[in-house]
Design a binder for this molecule. Structure first.
Ligand SMILES: Cc1cc2c(cc1C)N(C[C@H](O)[C@H](O)[C@H](O)COP(=O)(O)O)c1[nH]c(=O)[nH]c(=O)c1N2
Length: 224
């Protein structure tokens, strides 16, 4: 058996890279159509199969359909977004105010992926030196779900312009549970072919070459 036997088929690889490259953060293109329970289950299973420090699996999934809860979260967003706008001036401020940065009410389903920081007891294998590894693990669960959703034709938007204490109170989270990601999910009218922030002139993708270093920081990177 050669190592190439472990490879996915060309079609499978193409599908994986397609999901990676065509995944988008969605906030303007949501359709109201509901997501079927079995599809949601597949997305949650994808998230649940993410790697986690010491196999801690620190995530919980809060599936939010209630309009009242979503309206409360939307109100938190509006307050925080007003504060965020104070960081900009002039044209940049005008551009910022035109950006749509959430799809809380437009999407049929919101999902909060949380991190239970005490799951697994006082010591978790691999989490001795870097306490934040539980949070990193939850981010990987988010990305798994995001990619699976893209493959299923479901858009996902991450809303982080939220006061975490207010969000925790709204969702009635226990003390040790941190709301890592507040996500909006739904079918979409289209997936943009590049990030919305890039399309609207906010910021562009950096060239990979600028981010590569050889051996130590600042050293030229070579493929040889
Ligand atoms: C941790 C984190 C937090 C946020 C985001 C992402 C991540 C990873 N993004 C989405 C972000 O703007 C988007 O990923 C980039 O602009 C790149 O676009 P694509 O995701 O490639 O479409 C995001 N988008 C938005 O409209 N409102 C938000 O509050 C946030 N917050």
């Amino acid at each position: 058996m050669t190592t190439s036997d472990h490879r996915f088929s060309a079609t499978e690889r193409q599908g994986l890279y397609r999901a990676i490259h065509e995944r988008r953060d969605v906030r303007s293109q949501f359709l109201p159509d509901p997501i079927a329970p079995d599809l949601l289950e597949r997305l949650l299973q994808a998230a649940h199969h993410a790697p986690s420090v010491g196999f801690m699996q620190p995530w919980d999934f809060i599936v939010i359909r209630s309009r009242e809860v979503r309206q409360d979260v939307q109100a938190i967003f509006e307050r925080e977004n007003q504060k965020a706008a104070e960081n900009y001036a002039g044209e940049r401020k005008t551009l910022y105010s035109r950006l749509k940065l959430e799809g809380i009410m437009d999407s049929p389903l919101n999902l909060c992926i949380t991190c239970n920081r005490s799951r697994g007891g006082t010591h978790v294998l691999g989490r001795n030196s870097v306490l934040e590894t539980d949070l990193f693990s939850v981010c990987l669960a988010v990305q798994n779900l995001w990619l699976a959703a893209r493959a299923e034709g479901i858009g996902v938007g991450w809303v982080s312009i939220l006061d975490q204490d207010e969000l925790s109170a709204t969702l009635k989270l226990p003390t040790d549970v941190y709301p890592v990601a507040y996500l909006c999910l739904g079918y979409v009218s289209e997936f943009l072919d590049r990030p919305e922030l890039e399309a609207k002139g906010w910021r562009s993708r950096l060239p990979l070459e600028e981010l590569l270093h050889g051996d130590v920081w600042g050293q030229p990177y070579s493929t040889e």
